[in-house]
Unconditional design. Structure first.
Length: 100
C-alpha cells in the first residue's frame, strides 16, 4: 500500500514538472555570458525584465519579455541620462546607466 501511494506521489510530481517545463519563456544572454530566462505574465499583461549590469556597476542594457515571447532589449545609448536628470526616470533602468 505504501509503495502504491509513493508511486502515485512520484507520478504526480513528474506530471507537474512536465507542465511547468512547457511554459514559453524569453531568453537573454547577459554580458557575463549567462543565459537569463524571462516570463511574460498574462494576468498582469506585463513581461519580466532583467537589467544587465557591467563590471563597473553601471547597467548597460535592459531585456523585457514581450507578449509574443520575444526578448526586447533596450540599450543605455537610447537614453540621455545624466547625474542631473537621472531621478526623473522611474525604476532602476535607465537611471543606472550613469554612476554619480
Amino acid at each position: 500500500m505504501k509503495l502504491a501511494v509513493a508511486f502515485m506521489l512520484l507520478a504526480g510530481m513528474l506530471a507537474i514538472g512536465v507542465n511547468a517545463g512547457n511554459e514559453p519563456v524569453c531568453s537573454y544572454r547577459n554580458t557575463q555570458g549567462e543565459t537569463i530566462f524571462l516570463k511574460y505574465l498574462p494576468l498582469l499583461k506585463q513581461g519580466q525584465d532583467y537589467v544587465d549590469f557591467g563590471v563597473d556597476g553601471k547597467c548597460v542594457k535592459r531585456a523585457v519579455c514581450s507578449e509574443r515571447f520575444k526578448t526586447e532589449v533596450e540599450d543605455c545609448g537610447k537614453y540621455s541620462v545624466t547625474c542631473g536628470n537621472k531621478k526623473t526616470f522611474s525604476g532602476v533602468f535607465p537611471g543606472c546607466c550613469v554612476k554619480c
